[in-house]
Every structure is written in structure tokens, then in C-alpha cells.
Design a protein around this ligand. Structure first.
Ligand code: HEM
Length: 373
């Protein structure tokens, strides 16, 4: 298992902020997206993009940047255009698909592009904190959209402490109680960050200006048969369906479930979470699957032999994950469910990933209970 990833959390080592020569048209359009969307110019702007791009010289952080730009432009096109055809023109489709193949993820906006690779430090001399990061790419822009993403980034950044220390605890062979204490402090910090969402992300703005752009094509009434990626041979000019961007594509929570021994009973909702793994960066997905195996096969035996004081801290960490899921369920209610009751504009009451989410999030909350004694 490549457990070292956990010391970094899932924030990439390097985030590219600019593609090399040959991609100026894409960089410029992405940069102008808020204006282009505001002025309803997305269709004509996309048709001016060069159709064939050479991606063979892009390194891995540049490939991620290319994925981010094409994903933003692709979604801006789909949800900002005036015509009702569900066709992504070849100016986007061909290169988007090529990049997605290289990264082994579907050609759609996923969490890795929306959050993990979409930020930089405002002042590089200063440490990481919420007030010292800025978001690289927007749809419409504005503090609510930025803050929504910034909270995710800050949680991912903090998560390296809980994930790294739980990894040290279980896999170094020394089972040091200090590592569990670090993990407990870290999940408490994650909950403090989570609590700050309403400070600058207003539910009305989120529902009406942020969320509409991140929907996918699967289980979406606007794209009942999916979407055609024009010119992509592999799809044979037939529509395909992919899920939209969602926090369910973050590896933190499933990784914590595996390390803490939290399990979710088998039902269609768990299948959805497993499907979300195909939208994660490959190395995260591989590690997650391996940790799940470890959790199923080895963890119980290890925990059986632990001192009671250790088990107590492990259970306190699980209680904090429960608090996280509880706050999260509250946000799903306030930011989406309640908004949908007062507003018709995008009242399709499934998550951006396309699930009946209230039931599903509640089930996962109820299943997050201490199970170590
Ligand atoms: C206003 C804030 C938020 C709202 C409205 C929201 C909404 C949702 C919804 C509707 C789902 C269901 C998935 C789907 O249908 O695609 C979901 C899942 C999920 N979200 Fe969020 N989310 C928010 C913030 C966050 C944050 C900050 C994180 C941190 C990484 C996060 C992590 C997750 C996870 C891990 C899942 C899977 C649920 C589970 O395993 O229990 N969300 N979210």
C-alpha cells in the first residue's frame, strides 16, 4: 500500500497555475468565464477554440490543470448555453476526453478539479489558513462560490494530520497513544472549519448561483439520455452519462471510515459511494480499496488487543466524525432541501451527483457510531 499519500492528505504536491504554449485560447476562455456566462456568450466562445490539442508533453500537474479548465468550460457550456441540444462540441469534447483517459477518470467536473487542484496561497510567505488561500477558477465568481470551495480545501489540508497520524498509529507497529491524540485534535479542527461554511456562503446564493454549474448528466432531468461528446470515437456518437461534482468524491471520509472501522450496510446508496471512487484520482482510489480490504480483514484483530484508553480515544474520534456528518446533513437541508421548497429554478431535488441525498446522508450519519469495543 502506498500509505505515504496519507501524510500529504489528498492535496497534490504541485498545482499547475498555467498551461504551456498552445493552450492560450483555453486559458483565456477559462479566465473570462464569469463574464462570458454573464453575457451569455458561451456557445460562440467555445466554437472559437482550437479543436485538436497536443497533450503529450503535459506533466501530471499540467494534465490536472488541463482537466480542470476543460471541465469548467464543459460545464459552463452545458449549463450556460441557450440551445437545448445535449451535445458537447468537439472543440471541448476531443481534448477533454483525451485528458480524462490519461488521468483514468471520466470527462466531467470532479472533486479533484473543483477543490483539490483549484487553489493557491495568497501570500506564499505566510502559512496555510482559510484567509490565506484563493481559488484559481470560477464559474460566476464571488465570495460565496469561493468560500464554498475554500472550506473544502481547508478541510482537505487539515485532514493530512488525522490521516497521517492514524496511519502511523496502525501501520508503524508502535500503537502510540500520542498519535491518536493528534488525530482527535485534527478532527476537532476539521469540525471547526466545517462550522464556518455559513460565514461567507449564503444558502440562496449557493443554490441559485453556485450549484447549478456543478451538476452532472446522470440522473438529471435536463439530460434524460445523457450527453453526446462530439467526435469522440470511443462513445460512437452515442450519449453517455456521468455523475456531477460532489463532496462524496473526497477520499477523506471513506478513508476515515476504513481506518476507524465504520461500515455502511449494503444498499443502493453505498453502491453510489463506491461508484464515486471512479471519479477520484487513481492513486487515491487504489489506496482506498486497499485500506478497505485491510479494514475488513485485519483491523478487528488489531483493535481487540488494544488498551481500553486507546479504544476510548478511537471512539471519541468516531464521535467527531458523527458530529461532522451531522453538520453536513444540516447543510444539505439548509443549502439545498429548504431552498428547493421556495424556489423552482433548479428544483430537481437530488444531489449534484444525482442521489436522493437526505435519506442517504442520514443513513450514513446513523451508521457512524463507536464500534471499537
Ligand atoms: C454547503 C455545504 C455542503 C452541501 C450543501 C453538501 C451537500 C452534499 C450532498 C447533497 C451530498 C450527497 C451526495 C450526492 O448526492 O452527490 C454530499 C455528500 C458528501 N459530501 Fe457534501 N456538502 C457540503 C459540504 C461538504 C464539505 C465541506 C465536505 C468536506 C469534504 C463534504 C463532503 C461530503 C462527503 C464525504 C459526502 C459523502 C457522504 C458520506 O459518506 O456520508 N461536503 N454533500
Amino acid at each position: 500500500m502506498n500509505l505515504e499519500i496519507l501524510d500529504m492528505g489528498f492535496i497534490p504536491k504541485e498545482i499547475s497555475e498555467n498551461l504551456p504554449e498552445g493552450f492560450e485560447d483555453v486559458e483565456n476562455l477559462a479566465n473570462q468565464l464569469p463574464k462570458v456566462l454573464g453575457n451569455e456568450q458561451i456557445e460562440e466562445s467555445v466554437l472559437k477554440l482550437e479543436i485538436h490539442k497536443d497533450i503529450s508533453n503535459l506533466n501530471s500537474s499540467q494534465l490536472e490543470r488541463a482537466m480542470l479548465l476543460y471541465s469548467y468550460i464543459g460545464h459552463a457550456y452545458m449549463w450556460g448555453k441557450k440551445n437545448e441540444e445535449n451535445i458537447i462540441p468537439e472543440q471541448i469534447a476531443l481534448t477533454w476526453h483525451k485528458i480524462a483517459q490519461q488521468l483514468d477518470r471520466p470527462p466531467i467536473l470532479s472533486y479533484a478539479s473543483y477543490a483539490l487542484n483549484n487553489w493557491r496561497l495568497l501570500n506564499k510567505e505566510k502559512p496555510f489558513e482559510l484567509e490565506n488561500i484563493e481559488i484559481l477558477q470560477n464559474f460566476l465568481g464571488g465570495v460565496d462560490e469561493d468560500w464554498f470551495i475554500m472550506i473544502h480545501v481547508a478541510i482537505e489540508h487539515e485532514a493530512k494530520h488525522i490521516l497521517g497520524s492514524l496511519k502511523d498509529y496502525f501501520f508503524n507497529g508502535s500503537f502510540e497513544i500520542e498519535k491518536l491524540q493528534i488525530a482527535l485534535n485534527s478532527i476537532k479542527k476539521i469540525n471547526e472549519i466545517m462550522n464556518r461554511m455559513p460565514e461567507k456562503c449564503d444558502p440562496f446564493i449557493y443554490y441559485n448561483r453556485v450549484r447549478p454549474y456543478i451538476f452532472g448528466w446522470k440522473n438529471n432531468p435536463a439530460t434524460p439520455n445523457g450527453v453526446i461528446y462530439e467526435g469522440v470515437e470511443e462513445y460512437g456518437n452515442k450519449p453517455v452519462s456521468f455523475r456531477g461534482e460532489t463532496g462524496a468524491q473526497s477520499s477523506i471520509v471513506p478513508m476515515l471510515d476504513a481506518l476507524l472501522g465504520v461500515t455502511h450496510s449494503n444498499d443502493p446508496l453505498r453502491e453510489y459511494l463506491d461508484e464515486m471512487r471512479t471519479y477520484m484520482p487513481k492513486e487515491h482510489r487504489v489506496l482506498l480499496n486497499e485500506l478497505d480490504q485491510w479494514s475488513m480483514n485485519n483491523r478487528k484483530e488489531i483493535v481487540k488487543n488494544l488498551d481500553h484508553s486507546h479504544v476510548e480515544i478511537l471512539n471519541s474520534i468516531i464521535e467527531q466524525v458523527h458530529i461532522f456528518r451531522n453538520k453536513h446533513l444540516e447543510y444539505a437541508r439548509v443549502y439545498i432541501f429548504e431552498q428547493s421548497l421556495t424556489n423552482n429554478s433548479n428544483s430537481n431535488i437530488v444531489g449534484t451527483g444525482g442521489t436522493p441525498f437526505m435519506k442517504y446522508l442520514d443513513k450514513h450519519l446513523q451508521e457512524t457510531v463507536p464500534s471499537n469495543d
